[in-house]
Design a protein around this ligand. Sequence first.
Ligand code: NAD
Ligand code: ZN
Length: 367
Amino acid sequence: DAGETVHVALGDRAYDIRIGRGALDEAGASARALGARKVGVVTDANVARAHLPRVMESLKRAGIDASAVTVAPGEASKNLGTLGEVVDHLLAARIERGDLVLALGGGVVGDLAGFAAAVLRRGVRCLQAPTSLLAQVDSSVGGKTGVNSRHGKNLIGAFHQPSLVLADVDALDTLPEREFRAGYAEVAKYGLLGDEAFFAWLEGAHEGVFGGGPERIEAIAASCRAKAAIVARDELERGDRALLNLGHTFGHALEADVGYDGSRLVHGEGVAIGMAMAFRFSAALGLCAPDDAARVERHLAAVGLPTSAKAIPGGVSGADALLDHMRQDKKVEGGTLTFILARGVGHAFVARDVDPAKVLGFLEREL
Ligand code: NAD
Ligand code: ZN
């Protein structure tokens, strides 16, 4: 349980991801090591209740002048109005160029606070302290920040790499089980997209990952290594980074279809269904073996994740509506549909120009 450090090799913007037990207690020492005098913490009400006092104490112990702003939990806080409030708070707290914004929370807080840091005084440094599994393995790493628009998710944002990521695995103890499971979909994603050995390891180790054994740190570290490698190769998503969207074209369409109603479908659940669909679609196109798709379904089901749109409470609208959502996804360029498909477990690839008629036929059989 010693913890691990993963390095993100991005030249003069390189940074470390420190994964371990009690990492939040190092927030103060870390902020000091980065040379900050003041830290503006951004968090949400759930995370504040469980973890903010510990972080504020750590900052004070290190002699840092710290203040905190707490937003409402949930995706609805990723909007321009809340961004304005956060930025105003940081300005009132006199956070300056050499100081730090500390994002304490899940992916919502990470994206919002990261974007606030990107635009505050044209850019101050950000320390990401992810507290959800999804944020620890995905959103806190790689520098994508932003908020939603009424025209769609994540349409307003910036690339702003953090200066450090502190992933405290103990913080996951207070995360609701459903959120942990949803985050696990992104863990499995790294195996499915590029690392068959990791996926095979997860097939045997998932009980330890869920139970909080040493496998949990290992799974998080392996996920961060995978994401760090992809981000270092393709920071701005001109190519390979798109592989991280495995399961997301279908998943986002499902999320949009239920109106982002988290009581029916949270992001990771949509990704789980989307990954199962991507493998079934790949099998239907003759790209991978039907056994590969069955293997993906088996593992996701073993951890309690859904693998079919039929599992969504209340159901979804229909094949045409889902296809429309996919066309509106920002990954669609010039009207062509891009999917992440697979030639097998661990062998995903970017498929541009997928025939919409084939997608529609597949969706009709799925629903
Ligand atoms: P979230 O931030 O809403 O967190 C989920 C829920 O768990 C919230 O209610 C939150 O208050 C609560 N929570 C978080 N940590 C907790 C803890 N330790 N104890 C108790 N409660 C806790 O959602 P998420 O799933 O973490 O992130 C989803 C967001 O991440 C989406 O907005 C998505 O667009 C974004 N995202 C961004 C990237 C990226 O590269 N920037 C990648 C993937 C996802
Ligand atoms: Zn995702």
